[in-house]
Design a protein around this ligand. Structure first.
Ligand SMILES: Nc1ncnc2c1ncn2[C@@H]1O[C@H](COP(=O)(O)OP(=O)(O)OP(=O)(O)O)[C@@H](O)[C@H]1O
Ligand SMILES: [Mg+2]
Length: 359
């Protein structure tokens, strides 16, 4: 028994030293072994890279062509290495990665966020330009119709009813846009606090299906809930905020209804969580919203969670879309320290949300 206990103490010493150092530096920090496997990480790093990285090779979560070589150089040659690294989340974020030897068997990695200094102004001004543009088109339409009504159309009952109905649609669109923007900023403001209620998925989904069934039927689609055999009878609770998770799945089902092929089925599947490499993780649950429709091309796929990004602007707008739905989803999933993945193959689009199981 003795040697084992010895190893444990040594490990604790190591992580304790790392934690003290990480607390002092106050930047996203990760402790790696010589094979790039994550031994420890501070809260900032877990926020950034995901809560499931401990015990796994980091290059699975942080893809950079020179990463393995930088770890080797830091470890074997005691050489401090710096790499530039860009992540595409909701926004483009630039990081500077710094690697240095920690002890004989370990390397410390810092991720310094360069987004702040580099492009935050650019992101802000793009955002304001986008919002203004999105608000301007319904506003222009409204003003146009008001003018038409003032020019005499108000006297003709048929055209009056017609114009008023279009005006209602336009005003509703503006209202949705503003609601979505407020939602987004609320979630963003709260992003550093991880929600911790127990949320039972099955009743949540049943409620959602009953609310959205009508909309699905209108476009001739059905919605089914599917629980994988391994989880039948199990308690399907995740750690989170119920309202926010409801918003996530409402947005995803709404997209499936909107962009799916008429006559097809939408499936809400609850399964065991898996890591990027495919291994099962019993402490995670994975929910997939699957729909049939056009395959989304890879160049679009990578950008769908950007604010206002729409593959077919006209089509989305015609259906009342603002292009903020998936950006909100992404932020909420981030706040839950979960994982969001969108794949599309052979006419089937799957959005997977992996969340921490409640225990
Ligand atoms: N299931 C899907 N199948 C095909 N395309 C999709 C699917 N989900 C999303 N998209 C594409 O991704 C874009 C962005 O989706 P997102 O939900 O962010 O915005 P939206 O649906 O256009 O508007 P909003 O959700 O704000 O009402 C959509 O415009 C659409 O082009
Ligand atoms: Mg949407």
């Amino acid at each position: 028994m003795k040697p084992r206990r010895g190893t444990v103490t040594k490990m604790n010493d190591l992580t304790q030293r790392f934690e003290t150092m990480a607390a002092l530096i106050d930047e996203a920090s990760v402790l790696l072994d010589a094979q790039s496997k994550v031994v420890a990480a501070n809260a900032k790093a877990l926020d950034l890279l995901g809560s499931h990285i401990i015990g796994f090779p980091l290059d699975r979560f942080l893809r950079h062509p020179d990463f393995a070589e930088a770890v080797r150089a830091a470890h074997q040659e005691d050489r401090l290495t710096t790499l530039d690294y860009t992540r595409m989340d909701q926004v483009r974020r630039a990081f500077s990665l710094r690697l240095a030897r920690f002890d004989d068997a370990h390397v410390i990695l810092l991720l310094l966020d360069g987004t702040m200094g580099l492009s935050v102004d650019r992101i802000r001004s793009d955002f304001v330009a986008n919002v203004s543009h999105e608000l301007r088109s319904p506003l222009t339409a409204l003003l146009g119709f008001i003018e038409t009504l003032q020019d005499g159309a108000v006297e003709e009952p048929d055209s009056r009813a017609h114009f008023l109905s279009i005006m209602e649609d336009e005003a509703t669109r503006m209202q949705r846009l503003i609601d979505d923007l407020l939602s987004l900023s609320r979630v963003e403001a709260e992003e550093h606090r991880t929600p911790d209620e127990a949320v039972a998925l099955q009743p949540l989904f049943e409620e959602l299906v009953s609310v959205m069934k009508r909309a699905a039927e209108k476009s001739n689609k059905t919605i089914a809930i599917d629980i994988v055999p391994e989880l039948k009878g199990a308690e399907l609770q995740v750690q989170g905020a119920r309202d926010e998770l409801r918003q996530v799945f409402e947005n995803l089902v709404e997209n499936a209804i909107r962009y799916g092929r008429p006559g097809s089925e939408i499936v809400l599947r609850i399964g065991v969580g898996r890591l990027a490499g495919g291994q099962m993780r019993e402490d995670l649950l994975r929910v997939q919203v699957v729909n049939q429709g056009d395959t989304i091309a890879p160049e679009h796929l990578a950008r769908l969670t950007e604010r206002f990004y729409r593959i077919d602007k006209g089509r989305s707008r015609q259906m009342g879309g603002t292009g903020l739905g998936l950006a909100i989803v992404k932020h909420i999933v981030n706040r839950h320290r979960g994982r969001l993945r969108i794949t599309s193959e052979g006419g089937e689009t799957t959005v997977s949300v992996t969340l921490q199981r409640f225990n």
